[in-house]
Design a protein around this ligand. Structure first.
Ligand code: LRH
Ligand code: MN
Length: 384
């Protein structure tokens, strides 16, 4: 029995869109061997699980990952040793949604957006997915452009219809974001607004916390603690950022923040599979290799969790009770500053996995084979 046994059963869901081309409004860079369809995205994602044993689920995005035969794609996933995870709706790439989707003043547009979510529920029934993840771009650019209250009423009504159309084993994961693509107001800007809508909907509605969706300086681990207290933390979209929704490798910009978040998780055992918290990545690898980038990401989350598992809970509780400010802080810092890399490499080796998964991937020749085989067709690109 070691402290790292708490890692047993911990898994991370990777996003299909991280394997396709992505970029900024300035440039989307392409590279040889990029996936051209959901089958090739799943094959690439499965490399992360093969080499880390941590990522046995892949989130899909609709319509980016639409296929003719879902049972065939599911069979492909099974063969690769992965499962199709959360299904993401997409109401952020259609001219009709210029003034909003579920919040749009026009009932016909709201109808279209609601029907898209019902289509996603049907996809879930065919893929065996249980999580419908909803992120809405909906917002305003100018004060007075629309009624802030009116949009909330429409949102509540639209979400109610989607929730009531979902099955008893389905969860609604409602994501918030403080700005972008609109700049004056966002209809689900913060955890409180998402939580209020989830509480109004019912038990199966929970909040998604995307680590890139907060105003600079936000204490994200406080939000994690509060959502866990409410039993409404459904999932994370992990990534890193310096300024806005940069979608960089989780833990690359602020590993201490990731550790603090995982410490709030470990404090209540929410890292355990039975907690129902879906630990997902939501990233874009604009300039770096995508599969090594994903491997690096899941290892960063695992390392942050391993350090959080090393926090001496009794010592920190005693110091906190005693008002020992520096003592309590030191207990946390001792865990954070513990180098867990060789212990995690030993743990991988003991499970028949490579000590250094990134090196193992680069030595596997998978990328070269993909570049040689994937000739012709159109590479999958963020947005297409
Ligand atoms: C929105 C978001 C959302 C996804 C998209 C790929 O910024 O975080 O989770 O739909 O990225
Ligand atoms: Mn997200």
């Amino acid at each position: 029995m070691t402290d790292l046994d708490g890692l047993d059963g911990f898994t991370i869901e990777v996003p299909s869109w991280a394997y396709g081309n992505s970029g900024t409004r300035f440039k989307v860079f392409t590279r040889p061997g990029g996936p051209r369809n959901p089958y090739e995205k799943l094959s690439d994602a499965a490399q992360v699980n093969r080499l880390t044993g941590l990522a046995d689920r892949v989130s899909l995005h609709i319509p980016w990952d639409l296929v003719d035969d879902w049972s065939d794609l599911k069979a492909h996933a099974d063969k690769l040793g992965v499962r199709i995870g959360a299904i993401n709706s997409n109401v952020f790439q259609d001219d009709d949604y210029r003034l909003g989707s579920l919040c749009n003043p026009d009932p016909a547009i709201r109808r279209k957006a609601i029907d898209h979510h019902k289509q996603c529920l049907d996809v879930m029934r065919q893929t065996g997915s249980t999580d419908l993840k909803i992120w809405l771009p909906d917002g305003l650019n100018y004060a007075g452009q629309d009624s802030l209250r009116g949009r909330q009423e429409r949102l509540a009504e639209s979400l109610r219809e989607i929730y009531d159309a979902s099955d008893d084993d389905h969860r609604i994961l409602l994501e918030y974001k403080f700005f972008e693509p609109y700049f004056y107001a966002t209809d689900i800007p913060d955890w409180g607004t998402s939580l209020l809508h989830c509480l109004a909907l019912g038990e199966r509605a929970t909040v998604v916390l995307d680590t890139g969706h907060h105003a600079p300086g936000t204490n994200i681990e406080f939000i994690v603690m509060q959502l866990l207290r409410q039993g409404r933390l459904g999932a994370f979209d992990f990534n890193s950022r310096y300024y806005a929704d940069d979608d960089l490798i989780v833990g690359s910009a602020d590993p201490f923040q990731l550790f603090r978040i995982m410490s709030e998780i470990v404090a209540v055992g929410a890292h355990r599979p039975e907690s129902g918290v879906n630990f997902m990545l939501d990233q874009c690898h604009n300039i770096e290799e995508k599969i090594p980038g994903q491997i690096r990401s899941v290892l960063n989350v695992e390392a942050a969790l391993a350090k959080a598992l090393l926090v001496d809970q009794e010592a920190i509780a005693a110091a906190q009770r005693a008002g020992d400010v520096l003592g309590a802080h030191q207990v946390l810092m001792d865990a954070f500053e513990t180098d867990v890399r060789s212990a995690l490499a030993d743990r991988r080796e003991a499970r028949g996995l490579p000590r250094d998964p990134v090196k193992a991937f680069q030595a596997s020749g998978y990328a070269e084979t993909a570049a040689a085989q994937r000739v012709g067709g159109t590479q999958a690109s963020w947005g297409a």
